[in-house]
Every structure is written in C-alpha cells, then in structure tokens.
Design a protein around this ligand. Structure first.
Ligand code: B4P
Length: 196
C-alpha cells in the first residue's frame, strides 16, 4: 500500500499531477478542495458551511476537514487497497497529526510527501489564468489568490519541517512542463516503491 501526499502552494500543480499519478499507480485520489467544491455545487449543508471559507481564500476548520476526509475514506473502502493519493490534505499541523494517528493505527502510514516548489509570481499567474475559465470564485481575484498564498505560508508550509523530521519530505522543482514534473515525481515514487 502506497500512501502519498502531494504538497505545495495553491496552484503548484498538485491537482494536475494527481490525475496522472492516480492512473499510473492505481491509487485512490482524494482532493479535499474538490470535495468542498462538489458540496458547494450541490448546496448541501456541508457546502453551505464551507463556501465562505473558500470564497475568502481561507482554510476550512480542521474538525470539519478531517471529518470529510474520514468519511471519504470510509465510503470508498473498496477502492483504497493500493493506497491513497492525498492532494491538498493536510494543510495544517493538527490535520497532519490526526492523519498520522489514523493511518498509523491501521499500519498504513504516509510513505512519502512530495512537495512542488513553484515561485509565488508563477503561482499567481497560473491561478489567474485558470480563473478565466474555471468559474472558481477563489481564482478570479488577485487579492484572494495572494491571501491563499499567505495562508499557505503561515499555516501549511510549517508542515514541511514536520515531515522532514520523519524523513518523508521530498521537495521537487514544480516549474517546467507538466510532463517534466510528472517524470520528477515518478522517479521519487519508484525509488520508494522499490525500497531503494
Ligand atoms: P485546492 O482545491 O486544493 O486548490 P489549489 O491549491 O488551487 O490546487 P492545485 O495546487 O491542485 O493547483 P492545480 O493543479 O489545479 O483548494 C481550494 C480551497 O479549498 C483552499 O483555498 C481551502 O479554502 C479549501 N481546502 C482544501 N483543502 C483543505 C484542507 N485540507 N484544509 C482546509 N481547507 C482546505 O494547478 C493550478 C493551475 O496551474 C491550473 O490551471 C493548471 O492547469 C496550471 N498548471 C499546473 N501545472 C502547470 C505547469 N507545469 N505549468 C504551467 N501551468 C500549470
């Protein structure tokens, strides 16, 4: 079983690479951002609760986020056999700690955290470009995009040290073509899978 975390600032390409990685390694892909957007679109009680956070570029509270993650895993227990690809989770230290407890208890710990390093201005450019067609309220306004980046630096980036101490953190250059970055990621995953 291979549990992988894709890490990096908003717009660093986590979602883009996740689509390819889940195919190559037959992993179950969980994007907390996609789940929240699905709930908002469906106007569910959860969607109503989280919409304001996404609109402002802020993080959804940890208790809500972990419940969503645990439910997604339980509802798809038949699909997670080869492992899970986490995209956009964890984003805070409490999220990482609760995740570690959950998976360590089941003897299926996170194996590797792959971080995509991308320059701030490149990230802003990518997200605003996507905003022209994505319909995402958090992609259109440069002030909100920069707020997301700041939230990442304040609340999510400290996790790099948390995983470095566990010897699981691997930072990669997230700039270049989508194919080049995919190759960089798969080289690292293949090393872990082969025990090298
Ligand atoms: P997410 O859905 O995770 O959004 P993201 O950070 O923008 O996505 P990503 O890094 O995957 O970028 P992508 O590949 O799409 O989160 C949205 C919101 O949900 C958060 O702000 C928060 O409110 C909430 N949320 C989610 N998870 C949470 C959690 N755990 N706790 C609390 N709140 C949470 O790439 C972006 C763009 O770049 C695309 O247009 C893509 O085409 C382009 N691109 C990708 N690779 C490229 C490349 N190599 N070169 C050029 N362009 C590239």
């Amino acid at each position: 079983m291979l549990n992988l975390v894709l890490f990096g600032p908003p717009g660093s390409g986590k979602g883009t690479q996740a689509v390819r990685l889940k195919e190559k390694y037959s992993l179950f892909h969980i994007s907390t951002g996609d789940i929240f957007r699905r709930e908002i679109k469906g106007k569910t009680p959860l969607g109503m609760e989280v919409a304001a956070y996404l609109d402002k570029g802020q993080l959804v509270p940890d208790e809500v986020t972990f419940k969503v993650l645990a439910a997604e895993i339980q509802n798809n227990a038949d699909k997670t056999g080869n492992g899970i690809l986490f995209d956009g989770y964890p984003r805070t230290l409490p999220q990482a700690e609760i995740m570690d407890r959950y998976f360590n208890e089941r003897n299926t710990p996170v194996n590797l955290v792959l971080a995509l390093d991308v320059d701030d201005e490149e990230v802003v450019k990518r997200i605003l470009h996507r905003g022209k067609s994505s319909g995402r309220s958090d992609d259109n306004d440069e002030t909100i995009v920069r707020e997301r980046l700041q939230v990442y630096k304040n609340q999510t980036l400290p996790l790099a040290e948390y995983y470095r101490k566990q010897g699981k953190y691997m930072a990669l250059n997230g700039e270049g073509s989508v194919d080049e970055i995919f190759l960089r990621l798969t080289e690292q995953i293949d090393k872990i899978s082969s025990g090298a």
